[in-house]
Design a binder for this molecule. Structure first.
Ligand SMILES: Nc1ncnc2c1ncn2[C@@H]1O[C@H](COP(=O)(O)OP(=O)(O)OP(=O)(O)O)[C@@H](O)[C@H]1O
Ligand SMILES: [Mg+2]
Length: 266
């Protein structure tokens, strides 16, 4: 994978806090143009906080150190006090409830999203193809609660891709999906991203998913990135105690078979 290519995102030394508690400790990350990078780590590791900082959100965690360069634009985190929009960066939240207005019909939200990200000149056929590829029908008069959470999450993925972002940030995009739909959605998204030059940053608890799609993976715990490197090497030969713990408890083995953790330890 294009590890030596130009980075679309370089993050150096990012620290952030909520009140007096430091949530992110000097985090570094790099994503090459068109690359898929995964972040894996336990609950409360700071993964969603990291994504929100990259997106320019300053609540509830306030970044206070570090800088990033995204698509040639530099941000100094010591200067960022207000939430700022970052063009070219699209995001799918961990919880679909954070992506939709529960009181507005999906068709309206879909049209609004398309108008904002691609303007009035977009091709309706392209939109229809995108939702169909993700296994959905074009949004109708239904309210969000009338669609399953998996369907809502896929619609959010489609909305995020509509604007052809340079980097698509996915926070546990398969958590509301059954394994078959999850695999199909990820396949569709990564294929679309490859053919349109979109880089992906994906947060997941699923190491198999990281191995399948991400050329590099970051292992995160306690607000720190413990290891960052080529996914396969990192999972087969982790160098840090947390990486070793994570790899030892994976539900996956290199031959592609799925095994229980107790069997993996034998
Ligand atoms: N609104 C908040 N107020 C106070 N602390 C918060 C808030 N949101 C997150 N935190 C704290 O920040 C830390 C990181 O949370 P974050 O949501 O980034 O973790 P995560 O790695 O995304 O976890 P998960 O896998 O469960 O989604 C946690 O210790 C959490 O308790
Ligand atoms: Mg999270």
């Amino acid at each position: 994978m294009p590890i030596n290519c130009n980075p679309i995102l370089t993050l150096k030394n990012l620290s952030a806090r909520i009140g007096r508690q430091t949530i992110l400790h000097s985090v570094d990350l790099e994503i090459a143009d068109g690359e898929c990078v995964a972040i894996v780590g336990g609950s409360g590791a700071g993964k969603s906080t990291l994504l929100r900082c990259l997106l320019g959100v300053t609540r509830p965690a306030q970044p206070y150190a570090g800088h990033m360069i995204f698509d040639g634009v530099e941000t100094d985190f010591t200067q960022t006090t207000k939430t700022t929009k970052r063009p070219g960066l699209a995001y799918v939240p961990q919880n679909p409830d954070h992506g939709f207005d529960p009181l507005k019909r999906l068709a309206w939200q879909w049209r609004q999203g398309a108008r904002v990200v691609v303007g009035t000149s977009h091709e309706a056929a392209d939109e229809d193809k995108l939702v169909q590829d993700l296994g959905l029908r074009t949004p109708d008069r239904a309210f969000p609660y009338e669609w399953s959470r998996g369907m809502q999450q896929r619609l959010l993925v489609a909305m995020a891709l509509l604007g052809r972002p340079r980097l698509l940030v996915l926070d546990e995009p398969t958590s509301a999906l059954d394994p078959i739909i999850a695999a199909q959605v990820l396949e569709t998204v990564t294929t679309y991203a490859k053919s349109n030059g979109v880089a992906i940053l994906i947060v997941t608890h699923d190491l198999a998913l990281a191995v399948r799609h991400a050329s590099r993976t970051a292992i995160m715990s306690g607000g720190k990135i413990h290891e960052f490197g080529e996914t396969r090497q990192l999972i087969e030969d982790p160098q840090t105690p947390y990486g070793q713990l994570l790899a030892a408890n994976r539900l996956w083995c290199p031959q592609g078979d799925f095994i229980a953790p107790s069997m993996a330890a034998e």
